[in-house]
Design a protein around this ligand. Sequence first.
Ligand code: NAI
Length: 258
Amino acid sequence: MARPVAFVTGASSGIGLATATILASSGYDLALFDLNDEPLENLARTLRQQGGKVVPVYGDVASEVDMDRAITAIRSDFGRLDAVVANAGINGVWAPIDDLTPDEWDATIRVNLRGTYLTLNRTVPLMKDRGRGSIVVVASINGVRTFTNPGATAYSATKAAQVAMTQQLALELGRHGIRINVVCPGAIETNIEASTEIRHREEAEVPVIWPEGSVPITGGDPGRANDVGKIIMFLLSDAARHITGSPVFVDGGQGLLS
Ligand code: NAI
């Protein structure tokens, strides 16, 4: 039987990297996409040692030209697509609404929302061709359960929109045998701090006192990228054949507190 093929965006780091690693060890061939080329190349080299085919594509998830290069590579290298993980994202600038500039607003919307749209816009035709497929979008508890991160308005708006997109598309894509679900992680230890700029936090902050740590199940520690990757793997698999349009919170209960 041919190996299933998955496309993972934002695969050079964090949740995308963990997901790609789990998928490779579960028998998937992979097309991996990221802006950051060196770590992507290293990951591809490591994962190939498990016997599967791994094709790295460097590019900006919000660029039509770059996304089309990825689709061309998927068509020519694999000739099929079974699974998509729309994961690439940035925290962007977190600042009070009257301080956040239009360019900063656009930058977050561009990567997180246009990037998700383009990923789905370009990959869905490949899955429609086969009459089956599974998509997982990586959103957040922010904008869905949590609104206490000061100044995270643009970020939260993109994450709420990703959940809305998932629910809308679950109905649209069902007749094509394509499932789509969304994971909403809480704090996860990754490199996302590198894509974060926080300004005038005190102006947007609401005082909150957490009861003994903000992540109940770990006593306060953040989750691991693997914790999210395993759930993504489950949602992509046939074990989740009756789940579509569902947000799954991977937050150790954090979002229930905040
Ligand atoms: P990360 O920063 O470790 O990894 C993100 C990856 O996306 C990086 O490799 C980066 O190069 C890539 N990327 C960023 N902009 C890109 C673009 N324009 N085109 C292509 N690739 C791009 O961050 P992490 O935490 O793994 O984030 C992955 C997703 O998880 C994001 O959508 C984020 O919003 C979401 N998330 C993360 C949480 C956390 O606490 N780390 C919590 C909730 C959601």
